[in-house]
Design a protein around this ligand. Sequence first.
Ligand code: HEC
Ligand code: HEC
Length: 297
Amino acid sequence: MEKTAAFETKGNTHLRLLGGDLRKLTRFVVLVSAALLAAEFLQVLSAQEKTITNPGAGNLAAIKEGASLFRANCSPCHGLHATGGGRGPDLSANRWTHGATDADIFRTITQGVPGTEMPANGFEDSEVWAIIAYLRSLVPPRQTLSGDIAKGEKSFSSIGCPQCHMIKGRGGLLGPDLSRVGASRSAAYLMDSIRDPSKDLSDGMLDPNNHWGLPLVYDTVTVVTTGGKKITGVAKNEDTFSVQLLDTDQNLQFFDKKDLRQVIHERKSLMPVYSEQVLSTDALRDLVAYLQSLGGG
Ligand code: HEC
Ligand code: HEC
């Protein structure tokens, strides 16, 4: 009995030893492969820093997939054909404010542009590459806008735009700040904004303190007090109980709605129409070239 037991124990020990060796060996193999993988990963990373290239570049299937992803997710702001719209810049003209390499555009799409309307996106990598393949496939429009930037800058002041618009910290407050408008809107939209301001009213950048308020649009608002007095301006803040108005003399006025007879949203721009008579086509082109030259910096 004892003998058998001893034998069995020995046998078990033997097995156990073998098992231990195997486990050690496995651990060794795992460690080595992990190290190899890490080395490879680092290599890939440093290669990526140098040149990430788009695996879908020029691939017709990727371009098609990118086009449909673009239509579904990006066209509301960047336009159906990526030539820009009222809420996003032209992405077809090969002018990039936030970097022109594939890696830059990849980052812009996934992380967005903080502080602007450009959102972060949670796509699969392959989907982002497909979108980039699509954007790269677009041929820049033949007519690039060529205007005289210096002339445009002059007429910006001489025809009174700074009265309502801030550029780089100088100017009025009735209209949106135009310092970055060249980076965030298409040339066509800028031209429309000047020729026909009421066609597509600018969205107000959502005021961070306006969580409970109504979405801000730069439309003209007229309030009528219970005494019958009318005051016109743009609404800077509005909620159920109050409205804050920047009147046309650029004084900020606060009203309790209970003291008002009426709050009229006119759904039209306070900005005057600049017709051909006031601003020739050439002068308009110069003006837009100037706004675009401000870039995003
Ligand atoms: C809600 C509107 C909105 C949506 C949706 C949107 N964008 Fe944008 N995008 C913008 C704005 C505005 C900018 C300009 C940011 C700035 O002011 O610099 C921008 C900038 C960009 C830029 C940088 C352009 C440059 O000059 O460097 C890229 C690239 C871009 N968007 C791609 C996309 C793609 C791809 C999608 C869809 C997945 C998308 N955007 C969806 C509004 C939007
Ligand atoms: C009396 C004030 C006033 C004057 C003068 C004025 N604007 Fe405006 N502008 C506004 C207001 C208010 C808006 C926002 C409503 C809208 O979309 O028209 C606006 C909007 C714009 C936009 C669209 C901005 C965006 O991000 O959507 C552009 C571009 C613009 N103005 C350019 C100009 C230029 C260039 C001039 C001079 C030729 C000018 N404005 C003169 C008040 C003015």
